[in-house]
Design a protein around this ligand. Sequence first.
Ligand code: ATP
Length: 253
Amino acid sequence: MIGRLVSLSGVAKRYPTGTLAVQGIDLDIGQGDFLALLGPSGCGKSTLLRMIARLAAATEGRIDWPAGPPRPGDIGFVFQEPTLMPWATALANVALPLELAGLPRREAAARAAEALARVELAGFETAHPRALSGGMRMRVSIARALVTRPRLLLLDEPFAALDEITRHRLNNDLLALWEAERFTVVFVTHSVFESVYLARRILVMAPRPGRVHAEFAVEAPAPRGEAFRTSAGYAAQCREVSRALAAAMGEAA
Ligand SMILES: Nc1ncnc2c1ncn2[C@@H]1O[C@H](COP(=O)(O)OP(=O)(O)OP(=O)(O)O)[C@@H](O)[C@H]1O
């Protein structure tokens, strides 16, 4: 592995309700890695992501940043809902993290316009969220997460609510961005197909308490595209990961 960006050791999270959401998580996330967290509902994927994002604290264990602690703007987060301000333009939505960080308005606007261009939304700067499709709103949300040039991009089932064609398109665009810029990605999904298509590493999680059940490396030539999605190798890796997921859920494979 290249240098480690984030390192988790013995991480557990128990909520005040008594629920043990995850337990015994040991995980090194390499710089420039693309990691998928795959698992059934309730296995602690979001909890783990929120702890990595420092939005929630672990109740046991440690989460370290061996290459240096995150600075403001070093962690980008994309939620399942785009969570945009409905009254503000696409540009203003994307500029918000920079303005909150104290950047002058004009510079924030210029960098927001550049971020919108990176997600293929040049020309939509003055559009309001209601005038955009679901896929475009998600692109705005990704631009907002990337505008601070984070070292780590965390995505929590970002495309689950989108139709399949839009989802495939956004998968390809995310891969192209990652291949060009090599930030580190942790991507939460329920979809075996999506995890194998996108990730270099897949962690299959099991529930009650949430834990890592199996890990896979996905070997595929870059750049990935439709040829990979329709290849025998892709189908074989999906089958293998599906079996592990079924086992993690306590079902016969
Ligand atoms: N704020 C909270 N307070 C109490 N329990 C919680 C809280 N958030 C999550 N949990 C519980 O912790 C466990 C793990 O939840 P989490 O949302 O991390 O799982 P998940 O794998 O992301 O699920 P999903 O795929 O449905 O989003 C579940 O049993 C859930 O009910």
